[in-house]
Ligand binder design. Structure first.
Ligand code: C5P
Length: 414
């Protein structure tokens, strides 16, 4: 089981630390220090009440990032959307009874509560309050509601409280909060043990030493898939055509130019991979002959370049597979679903991701995309327009559900 494995550090993890207005807010300073020392990038969001106990400057210096306190402060930054959207986990420590109530009913009247509604990652809440407040039926009800919704609400510790009371209400220890964060992150590592081969970007097919045939692919979708697979614990090899993007750290990147180079690189890594996701826009045709020197225009009124088909890498690898899951993309401008279905069958794939690249709001070069995933066993999943990084996670979740957790491969066998 994943839980039994050695603890992960927080290197490369993006966290949001929400601080609310309890006297225990000073303990959030130590927590922030520990999270940063473990390697996490932490963005702190404070409620107005929290700023009465500890100054935002303290968190700003220790996190090295601007502290978000006001929903209306800098609208261009959209911190209430951007921070939780990119976070691997949101931690609220300390969480007051007021915060628990707002979170339970979905109120969004300040920055932190609005952030929470935008979070799609694990949320860990560490309450701190007076003992009578914690024991109040309303607070208990809110805690139950939050837990039922999947929020990790830690139990406060029993001990002396600021009021002088000895009761349950102390902020859970830093160790137990860190432990809960680690557990939540480990449960996200659902691709651990997989070796994922991802192709991305266009290919360039030379006409002569200075000219080539290529396409509009930016590589954004493939790079997002590589990053998402890495974040979910997979070992990732990214075979990339020319792209202005920087490969995600922790991923083995192999740069290629032509379809033939891409084919060689993928063929080398395919046998030891468990999943191939072919997001590259491989050129379908290339010049039959690539001139050794730059072609000159003198005396010519036209130039005919003869093209030949490139090898279909995906179809070839699919034929060679042993137990690999093979996923392709179908970038189409018309009859998107029927063309995608033909490719799914024709290339012998497990899944195909149908992508209407004629849309102005998605497709090549865009930061967003909308796709339909079709499986060889007849399932269909529509994924509406969303950022490519979030879409990458949805694609990985679908691949995992349909092919890795409950594989239904029988129908692939003719
Ligand atoms: O046939 P079409 O090019 O539309 O198929 C798209 C899928 O096939 C994509 O996953 C693409 O990466 C892959 N492909 C390939 N080799 C080619 C052309 C496309 O692997 N020569």
């Amino acid at each position: 089981m994943v839980e039994a494995q050695s603890p992960i550090n927080l290197w490369g993890k993006r966290l949001v630390l929400g601080v609310t207005g309890s006297i225990a807010a000073y303990k959030a300073v130590g927590l922030l220090r520990s999270l940063v020392c473990e390697g996490a990038t932490v963005s702190v969001a404070m409620t107005q009440a929290a700023t009465k106990f500890v100054t935002p400057l303290t968190f700003e210096v220790l996190s090295g990032r601007r502290v978000a306190t006001d929903l209306f402060e800098s609208r261009e930054e959209m911190a209430h959307l951007a921070l939780p959207g990119q976070a691997h986990a949101v931690i609220v420590a300390p969480a007051t009874a007021n915060f628990l109530a707002k979170a339970a009913i979905g109120l969004a009247d300040d920055l932190l509560s609005t952030m929470l509604l935008n979070a799609r990652c694990p949320v860990i809440v560490a309450p701190a309050m007076d003992g009578d407040m914690w024991a109040h039926p309303t607070v208990m009800q809110h805690v139950q509601l939050l837990r039922a919704r999947g929020v990790v609400v830690l139990d406060p510790e029993v001990g002396p409280l600021a009021s002088g009371q000895v009761a349950q209400g102390r902020l859970p220890t830093e160790l137990s909060i860190l432990d809960a964060v680690q557990k939540a992150l480990i449960s996200q590592l659902d691709w651990r043990g997989q070796r994922v081969l991802v192709s991305a970007g266009p290919t360039q097919e030379p006409i002569d030493p200075v000219r080539f045939i290529s396409n509009r692919s930016s590589g954004k979708m493939g790079y997002a898939i590589a990053e998402a697979a890495r974040d979910r614990g997979a070992e990732v090899i990214l075979v990339t055509g020319p792209s202005s993007l920087t490969p995600p750290s922790g991923v083995t990147a192999v740069s290629v130019n032509t379809a033939s180079e891409m084919s060689d690189a993928l063929s080398r890594h395919f046998p030891s991979s468990t999943v191939l996701i072919m997001a590259a826009a491989v050129a379908d045709f290339r010049p039959k002959v690539s001139a050794g020197q730059k072609l000159k225009k003198q005396g010519k009124s036209e130039l005919v370049i003869e093209l030949e088909a490139t090898p279909d890498i995906l179809a070839t690898l699919s034929l060679r597979r042993t137990s690999q899951i093979v996923v392709g993309f179908a970038a189409e401008t018309e009859h998107v679903l029927s063309h995608a279905k033909d490719k799914l069958r024709g290339k012998g794939l497990d899944l195909i991701i149908a992508n209407d690249v004629s849309r102005a709001d998605g497709g090549f070069g865009s930061d967003d995309n909308a796709v339909v995933i079709l499986s060889a066993t007849g399932e269909q999943k529509v994924l509406e327009l969303m950022p490519k990084r979030r879409l990458a996670d949805e694609i990985l979740t679908t691949v995992r559900e349909l092919c890795l957790v409950s594989p239904r491969r029988e129908s692939l066998v003719e």
